[in-house]
Design a protein around this ligand. Structure first.
Ligand code: SAM
Length: 193
């Protein structure tokens, strides 16, 4: 089985065509980012082409570092945000630029991974956040499997109960869950200091 990043790379044009003009999730990201310290440093996992999420954070004055596993999407991202460091890598094998962050954000990524990789990624994110660091992740409340509309990749939601256990084990407190206009669920987390 190939990874979702390869599937996104093959379908990068159709993904960008729809995502670039979509504002789904924008208001949640904007509101969530208001609690972050001015000029905070953050890492974005599965950044895609950067519209609309990275653009919102960049325009708000946050310092961003980013990663995505699709070479074509990373190339689009680089041309749009030449000042933001971005690497093309699988998040499972990534070194997070070997630095610490005030926040992390991963929209549309977690459920693309298998169950053990999802748990490991949450732990890796916790390990690169400063005490009290913030994290915003999307994944459904319900558990289940479905095929990603753009790529056909099989997605896996572990569901609220299992996600809660994974977040607890990584040292996160779940502050709230929020639904966007497209029906996507956001887990708003904060590392217990
Ligand atoms: C649904 S898209 C979301 C992109 C972006 N966050 C957004 O909101 O538009 C998922 C992204 O995750 C990337 N991706 C999927 N699996 C990945 C992995 N294992 N490592 C790195 N990137 C991955 C894909 O290449 C794609 O850009």
């Amino acid at each position: 089985m190939t990874g979702a990043e390869e599937a996104y790379d093959r379908n990068s044009q159709s993904f960008l065509l729809s995502r670039d003009k979509s504002s789904i999730g924008s208001s949640i990201v904007e509101q969530w980012s208001m609690q972050l310290p001015k000029g905070a440093a953050g890492v974005e996992l599965g950044c895609g082409g950067g519209y609309p999420v990275s653009r919102i954070l960049d325009n708000a004055g946050f310092r961003l570092w980013a990663v995505d596993g699709s070479p074509r999407l990373v190339s689009s991202f680089q041309s749009r945000f030449p000042h933001i460091p971005v690497q093309c890598a699988r998040v499972q094998d990534w070194d997070f630029f070997n630095r610490q962050y005030d926040f992390a954000i991963a929209i549309g990524l977690l459920f693309m991974l298998n169950e053990s990789d999802q748990a490991s990624l949450v732990m890796s994110i916790a390990n690169v956040l400063a005490p009290g660091g913030h994290c915003l992740l999307t994944a459904p409340i319900e558990s289940g499997r479905w095929q990603d509309l753009i790529t056909g990749h099989e997605c896996i939601s572990l569901g609220l109960y299992r996600y809660q256990a994974i977040f607890d084990a990584a040292g996160f407190r779940m502050k709230t869950t929020l639904l966007d206009s497209g029906g996507n669920n956001y887990y708003q987390l904060q590392l217990v200091s």
